[in-house]
Design a protein. Structure first.
Length: 158
């Protein structure tokens, strides 16, 4: 009976450790310039944030984010360069297009993760999708501003 109880306890602990939340495990922080996957949003069956995205967000929150993103664009892996491009769009939007043009003309490939799908893609294609997404976002924001202005004019004439 003691052997059964010990075995049950052992497997319970083993199972608990094997199912531990990877985000809860404290490991050395990943440096953005050395990431080997590009994933924005939840990945895997559990939809967790990737360690690569956490490295990106850590830089984005930093006081010298633009400087770091510029350096990563020069020295980082292809995946890191994609994160740096996103970061420049956020913190130094005037620099985005020049950096995007440089990456769009490259022959680089990057590993991307979307949900449970891992694949290798041309960086130029990823940059094209980024540009399209940012352009659509800007157009939607401009349309929302115009609607708000029309609504305000309509309300002010009442």
């Amino acid at each position: 009976m003691k052997l059964f109880a010990f075995t049950l306890l052992f497997f319970t602990i083993f199972l608990r450790l094997s199912l531990a939340d990877p985000e809860a495990v404290k490991a050395e922080p990943l440096r953005l310039e050395s990431v080997h996957a590009f994933a924005m949003g939840g990945i895997g069956i559990r939809g967790i944030q990737s360690k690569e995205e956490r490295a990106y967000l850590a830089v984005l929150r930093g006081h010298d984010a633009a400087k770091v993103f510029r350096e990563v664009l020069q020295t980082g892996t292809p995946e890191a360069k994609l994160y740096a491009l996103c970061g420049l769009h956020a913190v130094a939007p005037s620099e985005f297009e020049a950096a995007a043009s440089s990456l769009a003309s490259s022959e680089l490939t990057a590993t991307t993760i979307s949900g449970c799908i891992i694949r290798s893609e041309r960086v130029a294609e990823i940059v094209r999708r980024m540009r399209d997404d940012y352009r659509e976002q800007k157009e939607e924001e401009a349309a929302a501003v115009q609607r708000a202005k029309r609504k305000a004019r309509g309300n002010s004439s009442d």
